[in-house]
Design a protein around this ligand. Sequence first.
Ligand code: PRX
Length: 660
Amino acid sequence: MSEKASATLDNLMTENRKFAPSPEFAAQAVAKADKYEAAAADRLGYWADQARSTLTWDKDFTETLDFSDAPFAKWFVGGELNAAYNALDRHVERGIGDRVAIHFEGEPGDQQTITYAELTERVKQAANAFEGLGVKKGDRVAVYLPMIPEAVVTMLACARIGAIHSVVFGGFSAEALRSRIDDAEAKLVVTSDGTWRRGKASSLKDAVDASLEKPGHTVENVVVVQRTGQDIVWNEGLDRWWSDVVDVASKEHTAVPHDSEHPLFILYTSGTTGKPKGILHTTGGYLVQTAVTHRDTFDIHPESDVYWCTADIGWITGHSYVTYAPLVNGSTQLMYEGTPDTPGRDRWASLVEKYGVTVMYTAPTAIRTMMKWGRELVDAHDLSSIRVLGSVGEPINPEAWMWYRDVFGSNAGGGKRRENPAPIVDTWWQTETGAHMIAPLPGVTETKPGSAQVPVPGITVDVVDETGQSVGNGQGGLLVIRDPWPSMARTIWKDPERFKDTYWSRFDGMYFAGDGAKKDDDGDIWLLGRVDDVMNVSGHRLSTTEIESALVSHPAVAEAAVVGAADETTGEAVVAFVILRGEEAAKDTIVEELRAHVGKEIGPIAKPRTILVVPELPKTRSGKIVRRLLKDIAEGRTGGDASTLADQSVMQQITEALKK
Ligand code: PRX
């Protein structure tokens, strides 16, 4: 185990608070303890039941799982369904078309209330429009949109016609967008002129233009939503306004069934090498597990809950728990465009109060930021509607967990506190797992601050040592998943070998998640962060190698090494060590220039917090950079074991250089 992981483990060993669900909550919960029993008694039978009771199939499946070509799985084999029909039309057909699907609030305060009937119509129009632009089943559509309803409409319209969406987070640069467009060979790009951020119109279309400047791409059309009204460059022949193609399209569109294993989307995520991986998810299994976990982990009562997931659709959380699961479950959700501190730092609390949010799902980094801003801002609002609180994306430290429970979960309005605070569910999962894998059931599990605790029903998770043996209680090791699960990634787009190597080669027959974990004395699981070269900054996954490649692509950089250093608010922060060369190296502004360069190559989220100019990097005799020692420096420690270095004086040289 890494030094960081073992330090975290020691800290967590002292955490022993437990919070049982209140009897009232337990009595009304949708998921009871018998779910664990049913799943344990017959795992595949359990998933088959969930599949049939949660989704509407045009054709029933004949086999629950085919893993004969492991690790490439097929779930609900022979079944046919349409994801958009499951998220939309069927709710209208069963008479709940008037239920609000999305309460949208833009950052400037503009609002839209979109019912299931209206959302269904909008998706049908978009499906007709995209088909009119030549998009066919199996084609790829790149989506570069902010958090506006059109993002959900676009994704569902693709799903409806069987086109594969590839959403690229709006914080990624033109270069990053282009490499994703190229890898997926996208035919259509859907974007907007811009989005509102901190009171200003921030551009998106510019990045699309820049990404398509170089010839040789596969894009035939760019559909542009007008969101801010800012000036944009118009490319005749390529660009079309959303209002000219979608808003005028027919509202009639029949959803055709697709095979259960038909690809639903590609989502690129960072791995340990420089090239992002196109994680491929397919239809049936993905929808089953996202919908079931959304309902059970958050105790969703669709007729009464107002659910709010703060994640952007550019990440897997936004895919699974904004676009798909809440709609498949027929629930009402809030979608918010902007930042948490505009116009004031109480924007989120005010949104919860305004819309009567009952279930909130966010990331520890946001909780820690609000802790820093002060609880008074939240206390000033009535949050008595909140019933369940979710956390995702990175380990939540017990202090933040307790604050979340106390400040968001115990607010009874009018300055009063609640006797039974809302349960917190810490959900561990990944882009690759598609849906929750480890999470408490809020009406069943006695929750522990800082632990995701137990696999969700039907999932088999373990912590193993380096040799793949299960560790005992009280011990740490590597997190693995023992059996295939419905929403598992099916492959890496155009790179099945990498899929095998990355996840399935470390241990025979088990999925290697890349996370360190420990089992406590009760056998509950605590996540300890990544064990590979992947960093987690504010819940965003970044690759050290990708940022290193971006840095060395600058002419002034001879060599670069990047580490994730512990950071109180963002979990980890990017710290880069660079060796400079050439005339530019002498410039005072070089560090700022390099940060901007990383922003341009990858996106603002990848900009290093700190760039340290050093004369040498610590390397082993075989030339491998010893990141552990750099991490020590970045986190203010000294005296780490340098005995494996080729040149023993390097650490001394670095420390001297940094003193200057
Ligand atoms: O290290 C784990 C961390 O986030 C990684 C997955 O990142 P991504 O694919 O971007 O998906 C994030 C949203 C699901 C994991 O390998 N992670 C995610 N959730 C948790 C977590 N670490 C600890 N606790 C969690 N609840």
